[in-house]
Design a binder for this molecule. Structure first.
Ligand SMILES: Cc1cc2nc3c(=O)[nH]c(=O)nc-3n(C[C@H](O)[C@H](O)[C@H](O)COP(=O)(O)OP(=O)(O)OC[C@H]3O[C@@H](n4cnc5c(N)ncnc54)[C@H](O)[C@@H]3O)c2cc1C
Length: 512
């Protein structure tokens, strides 16, 4: 055993944050065990198989910044070209197609230049010039935010006043980062439909674009600006690829094993109880919700301003099933289609205010991965070829609305599908063979607070260094990773959060 292998880190959860934490620690030469209660790695980034054949993605569908996955594979010595080969990504083009209440449609092809050309052709040179300026602004915003406020551990209050932080904060203020998202985007774009396409990402931040700070436009830079990819064989392959690399590098992955306790000894964590067995650990990285961590510790939640009651993002109802291709061939859209209602500000109000309510004039994300990966997401059914179709309808979380989901799910799903049927998705109401419906109760049963998979909202007081920290107070070798902590929600932030938690472990071990 090398000097390094005598230290052991246990990671609770094999979602993407847990796997990137594990890869960094294993890459540094330490022993690593990832304990996952499910039978497969990947957490909320998952692909399953429908009864009649095709694959379907049950969690995340929009994959941005895959280079972060490649970097994580590099931690255990996998060269970049091998990493890209393992991921086997298909570029998703167009990035989004959007349909609007007036019957019009806008397409955002892959890449800034193609988008500008499309907008010039559809909306004229002035709007195309505004789009070019918006992309330039987004890039500057990204450059000032990423290394300083997103991919970074803050160690002490003084870090907030160091030269780099002050310089980049000044740049963000100069760029209008604290103005509202809508006012900033509308200063570049005058077409209201285009404005929606560059601000709907505020939904992931859990704040209406009229109130969300413009710094969150960085999400639009990550998806529209940089383009989307799809791993052939399903987005769930991301977790499988990361897990395989960990095991190849000598890490241990224990699937179908739930952690039932995090054990402390004096002022530190000494291990976990998993599947009834004690596993000793010199550090534990927990990728689960902080209230669950407190329960596993048998302690109260920590006190302090950054541990106060969290405001959570809205949740979603997601319907998965198959539709005959003879029906879908007349539909608008592509792999990721946004179907907007006429309402916009009201939709965000419905989803985020207290009490919240179901969207009165709903907007949906319709996902049809067969466009990018026909072999995986289609199958021959009794009524000819079918394809996997998923419909995501944002909804209030369980904190903001006490809705009787057992009673309303069926009628609400039927209503959503009827609405889509009338918006050009003819036949969806009757021909979607529903295989699964997820509601806020699904996420709550999985242990996600407020029944939302989108974690803590990115309000200004829950953002960057103000978000729930990744270090558990009073237990220096217990770290957090995942969407509850820094830097945020979604695939790129949780990949970073695993690395940041691992960096904290390494700092303390390498110091000793
Ligand atoms: C419907 C939906 C759509 C989404 N769309 C997108 C999208 O398009 N793009 C995007 O970037 N993001 C999207 N997201 C969000 C994204 O999937 C998540 O932010 C991210 O995957 C969370 O990763 P994580 O590692 O923090 O947590 P998780 O993936 O939740 O991983 C935590 C793991 O811990 C395990 N676990 C829990 N308790 C225990 C225990 N006691 N013992 C052992 N293991 C345990 C769980 O089983 C799980 O595998 C979506 C999520 C959902 C659900």
């Amino acid at each position: 055993m090398t000097a390094r292998e005598d230290r052991h880190a246990v990671i609770v959860g094999a979602g993407l944050s847990g796997l990137t934490a594990a890869l960094r620690l294993r890459g540094a030469g330490y022993r690593v065990t990832v304990v996952e209660r499910d039978a497969a790695p990947g957490g909320l980034v998952r692909t399953e198989t429908l009864a009649d054949g095709p694959l379907y993605d049950t969690g995340a569908t929009v994959l941005t910044m895959p280079e972060l996955i490649v970097e994580s594979l590099g931690e255990v010595g996998i060269p970049a070209d091998d990493a890209w080969r393992r991921l086997d990504l298909v570029p998703v083009d167009p990035t989004y197609v959007a349909t609007f209440a007036d019957g019009s449609e806008l397409t955002l092809p892959r890449g800034a230049e193609a988008i500008e050309a499309e907008i010039a052709a559809r909306l004229g040179d002035r709007e195309a010039a505004g789009t070019r300026q918006l992309f330039g602004w987004l890039q500057r915003l990204y450059d000032a935010e990423f290394g300083t406020f997103i991919d970074r551990n803050f160690h002490r209050p003084g870090d907030l006043a160091d030269r780099r932080t002050l310089t980049d904060a000044a740049t963000l203020i100069r760029l209008g980062g604290l103005a509202s998202m809508s006012s900033k985007v509308s200063s570049f774009l005058s077409d209201e439909r285009l404005q929606r396409l560059f601000t709907f990402q505020a939904l992931y931040a859990g704040v209406p674009p009229q109130r969300a700070a413009a710094i969150y436009e960085v999400i639009a830079q990550m998806d529209i600006g940089r383009g989307l990819s799809h791993p052939r064989g399903g987005i769930g392959r991301v977790g499988a690829v990361l897990a395989e690399a960990l095991v190849e590098a000598g890490g241990v992955l224990r699937l179908s094993t739930a952690v039932s306790r995090i054990v402390t000894d004096g002022g530190a964590v000494s291990g976990v109880v998993a599947g009834g067995e004690f596993i000793a650990a010199d550090a534990v990285v927990a990728t689960i919700a902080p209230p669950t961590v407190a329960t596993l510790l048998g302690r109260r939640m920590p006190r302090g301003p950054r541990w106060r009651r969290v405001r959570y993002s809205p949740s979603a109802v997601v319907v998965h099933g198959t539709v005959p291709r003879s029906v879908t061939e007349t539909w608008p859209g592509h792999h990721h289609t946004l179907s907007f209602g006429a309402a916009w500000a009201e939709t965000f109000e419905d989803l985020t205010r207290r009490p919240g309510r179901l969207m009165r004039d709903p907007s949906f994300l319709i996902t049809r991965p067969a466009f990018s990966d026909p072999a995986g997401y289609t199958a021959d059914g009794a009524s000819g070829q079918v394809e996997a179709v998923s419909v995501l309808a944002p909804c209030p979380n369980l904190d903001t609305a006490n809705l009787a989901w057992e009673a309303i799910t069926g009628p609400y799903v039927a209503e959503c599908l009827r609405t889509l049927d009338g918006r050009g998705f003819a036949g969806i109401a009757h021909r979607l063979d529903i295989a699964r419906v997820d509601t806020p109760h699904t996420w709550a049963e999985a242990g996600l607070p407020a029944g939302t998979p989108f974690g803590a909202a990115h309000t200004l007081t829950q953002t960057g260094p103000l978000r729930t920290p990744n270090k558990w107070p009073s237990l220096p070798n217990l770290l957090l990773a995942g969407s509850a902590t820094i830097p945020g929600v979604g695939i790129p932030p949780v990949l970073l959060s695993g690395r940041l938690a691992a960096a904290r472990v390494l700092e303390s071990w390498d110091r000793r």
